[in-house]
Design a protein around this ligand. Structure first.
Ligand code: UDP
Ligand code: MG
Length: 318
């Protein structure tokens, strides 16, 4: 007997929950169960502090089907926290993380199960090969972000990688060992390693509702990712500091020599202002970088819980 845990984070998804459930059940009953009738499932919904009827929808499903579990947060903690809570509560030999808006095609689920059972992989992940239906500017910045984070950190993130993936228990346990507060899951998945197979698919637009990511929230998230996985920006500001000190040193020698040779005519006010502005800018920028890391360290040092549960149908509390 083996158990497949499906983790679905939901935030204001009242319209999608039921459609998602039906789609999942179809795949399970038509493909997964006939393929391996020793495989049971548990469907874990994480209600991330939704303000609509998401929780009621989940509860009514849970009444009908005892394989449905849920955890409801005391407020909106964000998808990363929801994923962590889901992984923590899951007890499956295989664990799948997927969105409820059907942007992660449930049809891939069966392929994932087959690959993990038949081939020597620990993880089957998915990536979308197109960004159809997404604003051009957002796609552009997303690409830049992947280039930047791969260049500056030891991570090797795949452009278009989704959180939608199936993992063996060993991978989940490894992920849970990283109990940091600032969670950048794409980086964490990559950081833990393990043998991963990538499945590709075309982008699909969400069934109902709207994405909860604005351009600004994605921007903040990308900084979080970079700060979480590389300290290179700190080295860059050190490097700039050394470079400017060196230039200043050469400049001082130059001024001393020209003053001794030609006297001291007063000129060069505009260039002085430009240099002051430039160096002031670089200093503020460097302090800003320092602040980013210090801020994250401050938050981490408080060791606050990653999520708080308001309600759940798990017998044990995690
Ligand atoms: N989500 C969540 N908490 C949040 C925001 C989103 O649990 O604060 C869930 C959401 O319900 C969905 C998944 O995370 O199941 C992905 O969210 P969304 O579709 O908004 O992101 P996108 O697909 O545009 O990246
Ligand atoms: Mg989505």
């Amino acid at each position: 007997m083996s158990l497949l845990s499906i983790i679905a984070p939901c935030y204001n998804e009242e319209e999608s929950i039921f459609i998602f459930y039906e789609e999942f059940l179809k795949i399970y009953e038509d493909s997964i169960y006939p393929y391996d009738n020793n495989m049971q499932y548990e469907l874990i919904f994480i209600d991330d502090g939704s303000e609509d009827n998401t929780l009621d929808e989940i509860k009514s499903l849970a009444e009908k089907n005892e394989n449905i579990k849920y955890v409801s947060f005391s407020r909106n903690f964000g998808k990363e926290s929801a994923l962590y809570a889901g992984l923590k509560h899951s007890s499956g030999d295989y664990v799948v993380v997927m969105d409820v808006d059907l942007q992660d095609p449930p049809s891939l689920l069966f392929d994932m199960v087959k690959i993990i059972e038949e081939e020597d992989y620990d993880c089957v992940a998915s990536r979308r090969v197109s960004r159809k239906g997404e604003p051009v500017i957002r796609s552009f910045f997303a690409r830049m972000f992947y280039k930047l984070i791969n260049l500056t950190s030891k991570l090797d993130l795949v452009d278009g990688a989704r959180d939608f993936r199936l993992m063996k228990r060993s991978v989940v346990d490894a992920i849970l060992e990283l109990s940091e507060y600032n969670r950048f899951s794409k980086g964490i998945f990559n950081w833990v390693g393990f043998k991963t197979k990538w499945l590709e698919y075309e982008n699909i637009e969400r069934v109902k509702g709207e994405t909860s990511w604005s351009f600004w929230s994605l921007f903040i998230y990308s900084i979080e990712g970079i700060v979480s996985f590389t300290t290179l920006p700190l080295s860059i500001s050190t490097f700039l500091g050394i470079l400017f000190s060196f230039i200043a040193f050469i400049g001082i020698i130059y001024i001393i020599i020209t003053t001794l040779l030609y006297g001291n005519p007063v000129s060069g006010w505009p260039s002085t202002i430009c240099i002051i502005l430039l160096i002031g800018g670089v200093q503020l920028f460097s302090i800003g970088i320092l602040g980013q890391y210090l801020g994250k360290t401050y938050i981490e040092s408080k060791k606050r819980p990653i999520y708080l549960t308001r309600e759940s149908n798990f017998e044990f509390k995690k």
